[in-house]
Design a protein. Structure first.
Length: 235
């Protein structure tokens, strides 16, 4: 979907679907943890004996499959929250499987049926701790929040101190996808329009310095003219 060409209705294409995918992944993990926790709590009150040996064999296979799959996503998880979501999903499954192996062994040796739901709750707590950041970040991006990789104050200061710039306004930074960021800004330059070379050079510098690849920069030359978008509270 992210590779779909732009259309008259979706002028950015469907790049935003990657943000929705990351959000869905985080929400799905949380719902899964909630369902497992509910059943685990119920079983704590009425423990059921499980087949420890069978549980260990199946869970060991799960560790291998999910561990290898998580490793495939590991290298890209720092640059794309969608890949981080996939990594967390597979790593969580591997962690669950590891917990099940340990629980199966102890149950096999001791007959402690309560250990199965207890381990489930412990593993769920670890998954929630690891997934919370993904949920918060993907939700923020879906609301057009500035990605955590960008410091908006630093970007604003950089733009405001360019040669010939008296002030800036209508400054916005938002994610187009989990890997692409856009920016708009109005520059007040009383000395006159600096020319296309200034705009192209500044856009390239913004991309290199802040990894913002889509910049729309507007020049205003009359400092006495009131721009309708100048107040910070106006969008």
């Amino acid at each position: 979907m992210t590779k779909r060409a732009p259309s008259g209705r979706f002028t950015y294409g469907l790049r935003g679907s990657s943000i929705l995918a990351a959000l869905f992944n985080a929400v799905f993990l949380m719902l899964t943890v909630g369902a497992i926790s509910l059943e685990a709590i119920e079983r704590l009150g009425a423990p059921e004996l499980v087949a420890g040996k069978t549980v260990m064999i199946v869970a060991a296979a799960g560790i291998v499959v999910n561990g290898v799959t998580a490793a495939l996503f590991a290298s890209g998880r720092g640059s794309d929250i969608n890949l981080r979501g996939a990594f967390l999903h597979q790593a969580s499954d591997a962690l669950v499987s590891a917990g099940v192996v340990v629980a199966g062994l102890v149950i096999l040796l001791t007959g402690w049926a309560w250990l199965d739901p207890a381990v489930s709750l412990a593993v769920n707590a670890v998954i929630v701790w690891g997934t919370w950041g993904l949920l918060r970040e993907s939700l923020g991006m879906s609301m057009a929040g500035v990605p955590t990789s960008v410091d908006p104050a630093e970007v604003r200061d950089f733009l405001a101190t360019r040669p010939g710039v008296a002030s800036i306004h209508d400054f916005h930074v938002w994610p187009m996808s989990t890997t692409e960021i856009a920016l708009t800004c109005h520059f007040v330059m009383p000395a006159g329009h600096p020319g296309d070379a200034f705009l192209h050079g500044l856009a390239a510098e913004i991309a290199n310095r802040f990894k913002i690849g889509h910049s729309t920069l507007q020049i205003e030359t009359d400092p006495n003219a009131v721009c309708a978008l100048a107040p910070d509270e106006v969008v």
